[in-house]
Ligand binder design. Structure first.
Ligand code: AMP
Length: 281
């Protein structure tokens, strides 16, 4: 497995693979890799001849008061995980390699990025779409892999790829959780012991909401209220949002029908965590 920080090196390698008639999968990440990322890499390795993992903490998807400077990084551990999973190339650029000082071009979706996380992080998805577009242009993969953990991000990327005729299959992968239910996240490392325990209210609410729908509840407000009640019992938790929306358009739903996404963002202390479930009704 190779590691490079150079756009040109990635291009050269991918061109060579293409010349050999090989297919290429891309797994975009911000590093500090865990089992959730590994599940994406595993799937990419299974479905493509060659796999590129990008490992880049993308500054333009962080708001001014967010955790860009403290976001956890460990490229040596990431290398080991990628190598063991069978990835072929890690693209680990410096911000200067990705953004010229006078960088001035952005990719932005409307509507689908407006609700949920888009409300509290107004520039986030523009940063995500821009960096993912750049990665798509650099790697030109056949397939790109994204986690359902970031369900709105997945919807936004699918919409961007469709709207801009990107000839890349967007593959969504299920949420990987800790044994006690907490969705794996690089940001879980911010939690102290007490907060780690408190963070279980997210998955508890997710599992409960999902079970209500499976048992026949269709009223979105009833499900959301029950989920909020579980979270509000935890003194360390502060809800940013809990909502039921259409999984593709991210438009609010009154009734649980179609491709239903129930998503939440909750502060545990100062750490903002997200979780969700998606169900076809
Ligand atoms: P990140 O490094 O947090 O930007 O995540 C990179 C990719 O890994 C995104 O597509 C995430 O949705 C995905 N991912 C992160 N955590 C998980 C998880 N627990 N289960 C599945 N996918 C995940």
């Amino acid at each position: 497995m190779e590691l490079t920080g150079s756009v040109n090196e990635v291009r050269k390698q991918v061109k060579e693979w293409r010349r050999q008639g090989l297919t290429v999968g891309l797994v975009p990440t911000m590093g500090y890799l865990h089992e959730g990322h590994k599940s994406l890499i595993d799937r990419a390795v299974a479905e493509n001849d060659r796999v590129v993992v990008s490992d880049f903490v993308n500054p333009i998807q962080f708001g001014v008061n967010e955790d860009l400077s403290t976001y956890p990084r460990d490229i040596e551990a990431d290398k080991k995980l990628c190598e063991a999973a069978g990835a072929d190339l890690i693209f680990h650029p410096e911000p200067e390699e990705m953004y010229a000082p006078d960088f001035s071009t952005f990719v932005e979706t409307e509507h689908v990025s407006a609700g949920l996380c888009g409300k509290s992080r107004p520039t986030h998805f523009r940063g995500v779409c821009t960096v993912v577009s750049k990665l798509f242009h650099i790697v030109m993969p056949d397939r790109a892999y994204f986690g359902q953990k970031d369900a709105q991000q997945l919807a936004v990327i699918r919409r961007m790829a469709r709207d801009l005729n990107m000839d890349i299959q967007i593959v969504g992968c299920p949420i990987i959780r800790e044994a006690d239910g907490l969705a794996k996240s690089s940001r879980n490392t911010y939690l102290n012991q007490e907060e780690r325990q408190a963070a279980l209210v997210l998955s508890k609410a997710v599992f409960y909401g999902e079970s209500m729908i499976k048992q026949g509840e269709r009223d979105a407000a009833a499900v959301v209220t029950a989920m909020r009640d579980i979270i509000e019992k935890e003194p360390l938790a502060k809800i940013d949002y809990v909502e039921m929306v259409d999984a593709d358009s991210i438009e609010p739903l009154d009734r649980a029908e179609g491709r239903v996404l129930a998503a939440m963002a909750v502060f545990i202390g100062s750490t903002r965590l997200i979780d969700n479930f998606m169900i076809e009704v």
